[in-house]
Design a protein around this ligand. Structure first.
Ligand code: ACM
Length: 700
């Protein structure tokens, strides 16, 4: 029989198939996680069988209990009901009948502190589950883990039997949201706190003031919000509610008030604080501006003493962020009085002047019972060691701070607004680079990290998609053991977590679709599909390129309604296409399934401009991206030609290759602030075609 088959198929074909079978990469256990947990727990021991989850599921709280835990269990049951659509009884169960028995040992601190015990142990058997934790913080995290374990199976919903012992690697796992550049409504903040809880993040850093807005109600200095916010600010009552909401989820709220720079919004109401005469207006532009507080005027400190006193009472957390970054010093240079003060006090330069300001500020912050935190620029050996440094400029400054005895957190590498891939953020580690060489004592000073969501190009509408799902990869970096670092496993679990995050109210997936519908206007099904085909494989330009390549300067009043605002910062379809090309090349371009899928993708892309054309004529927002639609079509043409050459197994000519690569290089550039993601994968196919499909020079 085998012989017949070989003779029919041809020996050459048969050998190719054998080779193919040998070459198709096998997925390793690490790439194919049995458990879709994110962040990955510190330790997981698999058991046998699974625990059925049905409408009789119940929970009991034992040991220490408090209203926060009861609310936590209620949220847990609501979420479980959403995951299974079972009508669940939200009332606490009797001990003997409960499916999940929780034991919490003792209360956590009334005002949550850095480094409290957040550990838990979760044991699931076929008969039931137990969750034990020293404090409610661990209990809340254990409930999140349990929710991630429950999934549909062939005979109902179930959680696998196992034992998890879990605790975080770092005590500070934060997300910063900038509510100043674009005002972010409380309901949006709340749903992001829901996401943080699911990802086991425990610090919400709230960037509340900047040149573009002052977002907090001050009763002592009401002109701050009255003149500095366009009416878009949070009342003190709303802030108290938000802090309580965060505490319920094991999340601390650290407020940031930017000074002495990034502070124009202070000066609209109180121009006397500035280093140059007013009047001042809310700044609508992005970037570093000249206005800065006057560090040589005692009135500045009197104001800050009263203001910080008021805010220190409003925000319960131990930490108080004073910003401190990006002071360009121009107002200081231009002020005669300030220059004289510097000479008289031996302050040699603006850096020394800022250090003087930081020292005075630290004393005020400490007087009101708080620990000061600020961006790298405040680092100065004259400051007391109580100060914490948030590193945005690089891991070197974090290590330098730790060496000098300061505590620090890493944000460099975690800037969500730069549009990096989840994998790139995931690779950044607070204890890598210079920090890897610190002594154990110095390493202890590195408390963790924070992702940052700056909102130049982020609105209430699209903020979720700028934060999630990538933020969950950063959350895992900060929670899970350092050895958990395989990007393939991370992406597999992220794909699982991402849709589930929408159950918590986040809109990172649905907002894409909704925004595209606005962009398209009334559209036929196939027209909308054509827009989606293009939008799925583009990403906004990275880093600060959007600022640098804007046709018209963007401001806080520019509408964020373009394709660049709607598409996710990381294209799933683009990533998967890259994986498919790698798979194809990994089989020396022999895998017929991968080859067929590539061909059909290219065909759709090649034919897409004609389908998009009617929409481009009706919508200026679609018309803007027609140029990228043409590029995608041209790219597909190159891809198809490469596949054809590969199928012939005859190396394409050098001149063909260099022509195609040059064309692709042009397509790689951002246009209408969009990157075409499949370009680099098609470059690999061209290389493969030039080697006759043996892929000698094309590396997956
Ligand atoms: C910053 O990004 N300037 C903190």
């Amino acid at each position: 029989m085998a012989h017949d088959f070989i003779s029919n198929f041809g020996l050459r074909g048969f050998l190719l198939l054998v080779l193919l079978a040998l070459l198709i990469p096998k997925r390793t256990a690490a790439q194919q996680p049995a458990l879709n947990l994110m962040p990955m727990p510190a330790s997981v021991q698999a058991g046998t069988g699974s625990l059925r989850v049905d409408s009789s599921f119940s929970v009991v709280l034992t040991g220490h209990t408090e209203p926060r835990l009861e609310r936590g269990v209620e949220r847990f049951l609501e979420q479980l009901a959403r995951q299974t659509a079972f009508p669940l009884n939200l009332k606490p169960a009797q001990y003997a009948h409960a499916t999940l028995v929780i034991h919490t040992d003792h209360a956590s601190k009334e005002i949550q502190e850095v480094g409290e015990d957040e550990s838990y142990v979760l044991e699931v058997t076929t008969a039931g589950a137990t969750l034990t934790a020293p404090t409610p913080l661990g209990t809340l995290y254990g409930l999140e883990t349990f929710l991630q374990l429950v999934d549909v199976t062939s005979d109902g919903f179930a959680a696998p039997a196992l034992t998890i012992q879990d605790h975080p690697r770092f005590p500070w796992r934060g997300l910063m949201i900038d509510s100043a550049r674009h005002f972010i409504p409380l309901e949006v903040i709340r749903r992001n706190l829901n996401g943080m809880e699911a990802a086991k993040m425990n610090v919400f850093h709230w960037h509340l003031t900047d040149n573009q807005g002052f977002r907090v109600e001050s009763k002592k200095f009401p002109k701050l919000q009255e003149l500095g916010s366009d009416g878009l600010y949070y009342t003190q009552e709303e802030i108290r509610d938000l802090i309580a909401y965060a505490r319920d989820r094991g999340i601390r709220v650290v407020p940031e008030f930017e000074m002495p720079g990034h502070s124009t919004a202070f000066f609209v109401g109180y121009p006397e604080l500035a280093s140059a005469p007013g009047p001042y207006e809310i700044d609508r532009r992005w970037g570093v501006m000249d206005p800065a507080m006057d560090p040589t005027n005692e009135r500045t400190y009197k104001f800050l003493d009263e203001f910080i006193g008021e805010m220190a009472k409003l925000f319960a957390d131990q930490f108080f962020h004073i910003g401190g970054d990006e002071v360009n010093g121009k107002q200081w240079d231009g002020n005669q009085k300030i220059q004289e003060y510097m000479r008289a006090h031996g302050l040699k330069n603006n850096q020394a002047l800022q250090a003087y300001f930081s020292k005075r500020l630290q004393a005020i912050v400490a007087k009101h019972g708080k620990s000061m935190i600020g961006w790298d620029e405040i680092l100065d050996p004259s400051l007391p060691k109580d100060v914490t440094i948030q590193s945005w400029r690089g891991p070197e400054s974090l290590a330098a701070a730790a060496r000098q005895g300061y505590r620090g957190i890493l944000s460099n590498g975690y800037y969500l607004d730069l549009g990096w891939s989840a994998a790139r953020h995931y690779a950044a580690d607070p204890l890598s680079g210079d920090a890897a060489n610190l002594s154990p004592e110095e390493k202890q000073r590195i408390l963790g990290g924070e992702s940052t969501m700056w909102t130049e190009y982020v609105s209430a509408e699209n903020i979720d998609s700028r934060i999630w799902p990538r933020n969950a990869a950063i959350a895992e970096r900060l929670w899970s053991p350092a050895e958990v670092r395989d990007p393939a496993s991370m992406y597999a679990r992220l794909d699982f977590l991402s849709p589930r995050l929408e159950w918590l109210g986040l809109t990172h997936r649905t907002c894409y679709w909704q925004m595209l519908h606005r962009i398209a206007g009334p559209a036929k099904r196939e027209e909308f599909a054509a827009l989606r085909t293009l939008a799925d494989v583009v990403e906004p330009v990275k880093d600060y390129t959007r600022e640098e390549t804007a046709a018209v300067e963007a401001t806080s009043l520019s509408p964020l309604n373009r394709v660049v605002d709607a598409v996710p910062l990381e294209s799933d379809a683009g990533r998967r296409f890259g994986e498919l090309v790698d798979k194809f090349i990994g089989t020396s371009c022999l895998d017929p399934d991968a080859g067929g899928r590539l061909r059909s993708r290219f065909t759709v892309w090649r034919d897409n401009p004609a389908k998009l054309q009617p929409l481009a004529q009706r919508s200026f927002l679609v018309n803007e991206v027609s140029v990228r639609s043409q590029d995608l079509s041209a790219l597909a043409g190159i891809g198809l030609a490469a596949l054809e050459a590969i199928a012939k197994r005859q190396p394409a000519t050098d001149s063909w290759k260099s022509q195609q690569l040059a064309a692709l290089e042009q397509m790689k550039k951002g246009k209408v602030q969009l990157l075409l993601i499949p370009v680099s994968a098609v470059q690999k196919l061209v290389e493969a075609a030039a080697s006759g499909g043996t892929c000698a020079s094309a590396k997956p």
